[in-house]
Write a protein that binds this ligand. Structure first.
Ligand code: SF4
Length: 354
């Protein structure tokens, strides 16, 4: 078994993709054999060092609105959660967050929000253009859900560079179990293809340990990532939210998340790979462990402090301390202790080496 899995790992390293059965075999062995998981991690870290050295790219996360027209069953701010106190930042407040972030050393701003109709194409394009004009040295990442191709094109033309849209699950049954019928997997995948075709650095991803998810589902997601070749991948452990029907489901595994981070680094050597807030929420050492597994990005929260408690996608979500822009010194210190260096840089995806 061990030699078979090592051959599969070599195959992944050499070709950057595997078939479903190979993924299943590899994942099962990595989960059951700690020595093999460590071998995977070591390989991933060597690739991380080749492409990024010990650098940690930081992104200033601005949660612009917690209004959302969607009803993803796992999400704390979904439309039908009446407990949520809704807010929306004004364009001026968002620009102010960027100014504060730029002063702190951020050179990427991530505008994230629910699918809020107030942020129509006119308003968003004006906002993106204003950020682009004021911060020509910074990247603008959007994470605002499913929009039309025309909308993505306008925002790209206005100055946006990257777009995060987790695919969540490529298995149609799993996707359908996590979302209401009007939210269609085919549309989500079309959005991702459009983003990539327009020229965005496009980011996909999924929750590890989502309710109903099996290792076979994860293997399907890894096949998809190998085919799609995203510039960014966001994965983090599922964390239940008390006002959802998944309130009593177990959280996803930190260990499996770390194994997957390593395997994604091996599959997509130059990918931008965050150690997510969910990982930091589940494990106080989550960021450092993520870096050791092959991650190279952290996204501290730049939102105004008074709204952070309202963007609760899941329970106990961290948005202060080393997860916050004002806690950057703490993050720098934690990263330095682990042997990494937070850098002031746009942190674009480097070209793939031959
Ligand atoms: S996951 Fe995103 S799209 Fe789904 S309900 Fe939550 S904010 Fe809306």
């Amino acid at each position: 078994m061990a030699s078979t899995t090592r051959l599969i790992l070599n195959d992944l390293h050499a070709h950057g993709r595997l078939n479903h059965q190979q993924w299943l075999t590899l994942l099962a062995e990595a989960q059951s054999a700690p020595a093999f998981a460590e071998e995977i991690r070591t390989c991933a870290h060597a690739i991380r060092e080749r492409y990024f050295g010990r650098a940690v790219y930081i992104r200033g996360l601005i949660e612009i609105s917690n209004y959302c027209r969607n009803d993803c069953y796992y999400c704390g701010i979904r439309k039908s959660n009446g407990e949520v106190s809704r807010y929306r930042l004004s364009p001026n407040e968002i620009l102010q967050c960027c100014r504060q972030g730029h002063d702190l050393g951020f050179r990427t701003f991530v505008l994230q929000g629910g699918e809020d109709a107030w942020f129509n194409d006119d308003r968003l394009a004006r906002l993106v253009a204003a950020i682009r004009a004021e911060f020509p040295d910074s990247a603008i990442t959007l994470s605002l859900g499913e929009r039309s191709r025309e909308s993505y094109e306008r925002l790209f033309a206005a100055g946006a560079n990257r777009y995060l849209l987790r695919h969540e699950a490529v298995n149609p049954d799993l996707y359908a179990s996590l979302h209401p019928p009007r939210q269609r997997l085919a549309n989500r995948l079309d959005c991702l293809r459009n983003l990539q075709a327009i020229g965005y650095q496009a980011g996909a991803g999924f929750m590890v340990g989502a309710p109903g998810q099996t290792l076979a589902h994860i293997a399907e997601d890894m096949v998809f990532l190998g085919d799609f070749r995203p510039a960014m991948v966001g994965i983090g452990p599922f964390i239940p939210q008390h006002a959802t029907s998944y309130a009593h489901e177990p959280a996803g595994s930190v260990d499996l998340t770390l194994i997957l981070l390593s395997l994604i680094r091996i599959m997509l050597p130059n990918v931008l790979l965050p150690a997510t807030t969910a990982l930091g929420t589940m494990d106080p050492q989550g960021h450092a462990k993520g870096m050791r597994a092959g991650a190279n990005v952290v996204m501290p929260n730049l939102s105004p402090a008074d709204v952070r408690g309202k963007y609760l996608l899941y329970d106990n979500k961290m948005s202060f301390g080393s997860e916050a822009a004002e806690g950057l010194d703490t993050l720098r210190q934690h990263m330095a202790e682990a042997g990494y260096k937070v850098v002031v840089a746009r942190g674009d995806q480097p070209p793939l080496e031959n």
